[in-house]
Each structure stands twice: as structure tokens, then as C-alpha cells.
Design a protein around this ligand. Structure first.
Ligand SMILES: [Zn+2]
Length: 83
């Protein structure tokens, strides 16, 4: 198990930025949970499903992405809280 399969989008604070990095071109952008939750299919999604649903927005790329919470410290906090 990892935090992506344990956490749902709705478990995150609305202002907790999610770092979205393209596996193909390396382009990084940030998404906020409150924006992603406006997508009907993501409202109750776990973060691994969010990762699968997102793709790179660079023109002509549309590569698969990897998501991370914006600070490592907070990610560890989540993991500690779930342990
Ligand atoms: Zn890309």
C-alpha cells in the first residue's frame, strides 16, 4: 500500500497543491483538490485514480503523469498519520 491508494482527493485540504509531473517530457504543473473535485469522475477518486485520469497538458505531449504532494514533509505527515 502507499499513500496514493490510501488517500482520496476529498481527504486533502483544498489548498494542498498536488504536483503533477509528466513522465514523458518532465513538465510539472500543480493542481488543487478543489479544482479536481469539480470533475464528476474524480470526486470520490483515490489519488492513484487521479494520477491515472490526468495527463500532460503540454501541447502535443499528453503523456502519463506522476503525482506528488507539494512538500515531502507533508507527505510523511500523512503516512505517519495513517500508520
Ligand atoms: Zn509531457
Amino acid at each position: 500500500m502507499n499513500w496514493k491508494t490510501n488517500l482520496q482527493l476529498r481527504d486533502l485540504d483544498n489548498e494542498q497543491a498536488i504536483e503533477v509531473t509528466c513522465k514523458s517530457c518532465g513538465h510539472t504543473r500543480y493542481e488543487l483538490p478543489e479544482n479536481l473535485k469539480r470533475r464528476e469522475e474524480l470526486k470520490h477518486a483515490y489519488l492513484d485514480e487521479v494520477e491515472a485520469a490526468l495527463s500532460c497538458k503540454q501541447r502535443g505531449c499528453h503523456g502519463a503523469v506522476r503525482i506528488a504532494l507539494s512538500t515531502d514533509a507533508e507527505t510523511e505527515g500523512f503516512m505517519g498519520g495513517l500508520a
